[in-house]
Every structure is written in C-alpha cells, then in structure tokens.
Design a protein around this ligand. Structure first.
Ligand code: HEM
Ligand SMILES: *[C@@H]1O[C@H](CO)[C@@H](O)[C@H](O)[C@H]1NC(C)=O
Ligand SMILES: *[C@@H]1O[C@H](CO)[C@@H](O)[C@H](O)[C@H]1NC(C)=O
Length: 480
C-alpha cells in the first residue's frame, strides 16, 4: 500500500485497482464461507493443500501478494522479485485463493500444454467483469464452448482478414500523424495513441457505417464502460462508475445490434466477418455473442496496442542511435526488410514493457508444472512479465535492450510472440496488433514522419493502468 504514489495522476485509478480484490472477496462471500463451513468443498481443498510437497513459498499475509500482483506499479516487479527469491514457480495466495505463479518460457509452455485438455482450467474474473463483458465474451467462456466460440471470433483476425483491414489501418495512422503534426506545443503521446488506436479499431469493426459523430460517442461510451472495469462493482448505485458503465454498455449494444442487422456480407468490416463466419458445422455467432465479443475486442485491442506504441516511442527516445538506424531502414529498404526490422524492434519493446503482464486460470483438474502440483481449486497465474523480463535462458542478457535479438535467437521468426501468451487462449489479435503497431512505426520513422523531443522534468516511469504507460502520459513536442 505504501507504494502508492500520491502525486501520480493515475492515483485514483490505482487505488481502485487495489480495492478490487477486496470487493471481489466481498462478492464471492458465499463461496468463501461455504469452504470455511466445512462440507465436501473444504475437505478436498484441505487434503490437496496438505498433500502438496513443500515448494518455495512466498510468505503470505493472505492479501500481501494480491496487492502486489494487482497494483499497477508493482505488477511486473512482483514477478521479477518473486522469481529471484523463490525460483521459476512459487506458491502464494491471490484473491483469497491458493495460487501458483509460473514464470519461465519452458514452465509456461508446460502449463499451457496441460491447459489444452478440454476441461483442465476455467476463466477467472470477478462477477462484475462478467456483467460488463457479457457472459458470451471469449474472456468469460471456458472449455469446449470457449474453443467453439473462439474458432468463429478468431476467423475475423487471422492474417488473411487482417490484410483486408490494411487500408482502414493506413487511414487511421495518417490521421494520427496529421494530428500530431498539427500540435503547436507539447502534448501527451499516450492520449494521442489511445485515441488513435480506439478510433482505428472502431473503424475496422464498423467501417463506413459509423459516422464521425457516432465514433465520437462510441469512444466516450467505451471509455465510460472501461472505467467500470476498474471501479467498485456498485451497479446498484445509479451514480456509481459501475452503473454508468452498464448504461454505456447498453447504449453501445443497441447501436451494434442495429449494425448487425444492416451490415452486408463481404463489406470488409470486422463486424461483417463476425456476422457471416460459419464454422465447420455451419454454425454462426449469435447476436448476443457478437455484441459481447465486440466489447471484448475493443477492450483487448486498444490499451494493449497503445501501450506497445507508447513504449516504442519511449525506447526510441532513449536510444537515439537505434532510432536513426530504424529511420534509415524505413526510408530506404524494401517493405519486407522494413517489416522484419520492425518485427524485431516491436518484439523487444513487448518483451521489456509487456502490455499484458499476467493471466489467471482457475484450475479444474489437478495439474503439475515443473514438478509442482497445482490442485483443482487453485489459481494458476501465468507470469508473462517475470518470463519476458528475466528468463536469461530464453533471453540472454535480459536487462539489455537488444532490439534485434530475434534475428539470432534460433526461433526463426522476426516477431517473438511470447508477450501474446500461448496455448488455447493465446491472443488471437496478435496479427492485427502487429499490423497496427508496425504501420505507426513505419510512418513515423519514414520520410513523411516526424521527430520529437521529450518534455523535460516529466516522470517516465511506467505503470499498469491497466495497459503499461508512463505516469505523466509521455509529454512530447515535435521538432519542426
Ligand atoms: C500489443 C498488443 C497486445 C498484447 C500484448 C496482447 C496480449 C494478450 C495476451 C497475453 C492474451 C492472453 C491472456 C490469457 O492468457 O488469458 C490476450 C488475449 C486476448 N487478446 Fe490480446 N493482446 C494484444 C492485442 C490484441 C488485439 C489487437 C486484439 C483484438 C483485435 C486482442 C484480442 C484478444 C482477445 C479476444 C483475447 C482473449 C482470447 C481468449 O481468451 O481466448 N488482443 N492478449
Ligand atoms: C468437459 O465438460 C463438459 C461440460 O461440463 C462435458 O460435457 C464434456 O464431456 C467434458 N469434456 C471432457 C473431455 O471431459
Ligand atoms: C544487431 O544490432 C546491432 C546494433 O544495432 C548490430 O551491431 C548487430 O550486428 C545486429 N545483429 C544482428 C544479428 O543483426
């Protein structure tokens, strides 16, 4: 708690993040009490806890690690410190459940392989997130229904689909460039990137059906909706953020439903792909599934992509020689070389500033990871940040920013996908994210781009809010 920084602009939001686990506990109350009161649930949990051989285990005042794991300032340092103190895999308690934190590329691969068993794990989110995303969201579904839903949603984001969005992406990026260039004084690059990524995502989704004023209203409602995710789940108080978020959700849902009716097959929008895609059994997504997953996509796409770009600008500011080198690549080389170089650079940005630092699963069938048993009923936390930032086997000299490490890492790909997770829930939006991020970088660093300077005196340390962004919003001024 003492970590909270009062002068941080994001103070109130961080505080809400801290509050979340407490409220979650409150709303989970019945479960928790049932386990305490005895009965079969308690017995089996007790047994498995006792039969687990001792592993290095974080000292737990129950709340301690919850706060560190979920606090935007310590989210990744918690994993780094834990890995140093306890090894690759350790036990603790998160959100009032026993939990195993897993770091290390090999360990994550082992865990994700077991997750591929159909009913091995379940998605784990607080109830008010279930209401905000909707029960048909990919994030909320688990097991065989998740696989089925995912095949349909994913079809709108495979590389072939992404290549059909290129024109929309290019337009969005040109708008971003023009807007940056028209600024007279210093501005927040983070705000600029957030607006650009959400606008571009909405245009990819809805295309020309959405007028400029509709997009503007949508952005406002989406922002109100996402504030609800980090707020106390007080939907029964009409003036609370949570209730405002649910009302914003209802407004957006109504608009989307109208567009589902009116959109035409092959009109090039992501929405049309969601509406008309069929799986091998000829099944299509229902209206409800489409609405819930449109919210999920906007949420999953926007902050993460904006964060990877904000971290890219920061890295380029800190490494002027590299910036110059990439500028030369972007103005002289053929597309393929540009792409390969930007893939490599983006990989290192995602590695050193992972936008999604961890993911959680509720274990449903006993598992074992790195010889550590993970019994049913426990949480399994995938420590992406702890892996990316300090697995020296996978990333030699992990503390160094080596922008072209994928060229020689033996994986044979210029884009390292580890920051996008893995296994049956690996980010299906990674191709779209990479396309958007690389287009911004190519245009900014290319001949029609711009140069910038960081405003002096700002706090450049990064916090999860929930994407990873510099505290003061990365204030820049363009060099004329
Ligand atoms: C740099 C940008 C991005 C990063 C680093 C990122 C990272 C991740 C990670 C680590 C996961 C896995 C979470 C888990 O294991 O539970 C994930 C899931 C997901 N991502 Fe992304 N993501 C990015 C961009 C996007 C974009 C652009 C979209 C959509 C167009 C997207 C859509 C999703 C969805 C729908 C899921 C849930 C998949 C499921 O549960 O089956 N992401 N993302
Ligand atoms: C997984 O769970 C579902 C629903 O509980 C069940 O119908 C299905 O048979 C299970 N699959 C396996 C392989 O256990
Ligand atoms: C990576 O980049 C550095 C400096 O930018 C350069 O010296 C080195 O040769 C590059 N390595 C590879 C494998 O391209």
């Amino acid at each position: 708690m003492a970590q909270l920084e009062p002068r941080s602009r994001r103070g109130p939001r961080l505080f809400q993040v801290l509050l979340l686990p407490l409220l979650f506990h409150f709303f989970q109350g019945r479960d928790f009490c049932a386990a305490k009161a005895g009965g079969p649930a308690r017995q089996s949990q007790y047994r498995t806890w006792r039969s687990t051989p001792p592993v290095q285990r974080a000292a737990l005042p129950i709340l301690g690690d919850t706060l560190q794991l979920l606090n935007g300032k310590t989210m990744s340092s918690y994993q780094v410190d834990g890995r140093r103190k306890f090894g690759n895999v350790w036990k603790t308690s998160v959100l009032f459940k026993k939990a195993v934190i897993i770091t290390g590329a090999a360990e994550l691969a082992e865990a994700m392989k077991q997750e591929s068993r159909p009913n091995a794990t379940k998605a784990f989110f607080p109830p008010h997130h279930q209401r905000l995303f909707g029960t048909q969201s990919l994030l909320m579904q688990s097991g065989p229904p998740h696989r089925k839903l995912r095949r349909l949603v994913q079809a709108a984001m495979i590389p072939k689909a992404v290549s059909s969005y290129v024109e929309t992406i290019n337009e969005g990026v040109s708008e971003f460039l023009e807007k940056c260039k028209s600024q007279d004084g210093p501005f927040s690059m983070v705000e600029m990137l957030r607006t650009a990524t959400v606008t571009t995502m909405l245009k990819i989704l809805f295309g020309r059906q959405a007028s400029a004023s509709e997009i503007k209203n949508l952005i406002e409602d989406v922002s109100t909706w996402s504030d609800g995710l980090l707020s106390a789940p007080l939907t029964f108080l009409p003036w609370s953020n949570a209730a405002r978020a649910m009302r914003a959700r209802a407004r957006v849902a109504k608009i989307i439903q109208g567009w589902i009716q009116s959109c035409a097959e092959g009109d090039g929008t992501l929405l049309s792909r969601l509406v008309f895609t069929e799986d091998e059994d000829g099944a299509r997504l229902t209206k409800e599934e489409i609405v819930d997953n449109v919210f999920t996509l906007v949420f999953a796409a926007t902050d993460t992509t904006a964060s990877s770009l904000s971290s890219s600008f920061l890295a380029l500011s800190r490494h002027p020689d590299l910036q110059q080198q990439l500028r030369e690549v972007c103005s002289e080389e053929d597309m393929e070389t540009v792409d390969r170089n930007l893939d490599a650079f983006l990989s290192e940005v995602l590695r050193t500033s992972p936008p999604a630092p961890f993911a959680m699963r509720l274990v449903e069938e006993d598992l074992e990871v790195s010889k550590v048993p993970v019994p049913a009923g426990w949480l399994m936390v995938y420590g992406f940040a702890g892996t990316l930032l300090c697995d020296a086997e996978r990333y030699p000299q992990p503390k160094e920013f080596l922008w072209n490490r994928t060229f020689s890492d033996g994986q044979g790909q210029s884009l390292d996908e580890a920051a996008f997770g893995g296994g049956p829930r690996m980010c299906p939006g990674r191709f779209l994210a990479a396309q958007v991020a690389k287009t911004v970088l190519r245009e900014v660093l290319g001949p029609g781009g711009f140069r910038w300077e960081l405003e002096p005196g700002q706090d450049l340390s990064q916090r999860y809010t929930p994407g990873l962004f510099p505290v003061d919003g990365l204030q820049v001024v363009l060099k004329k």
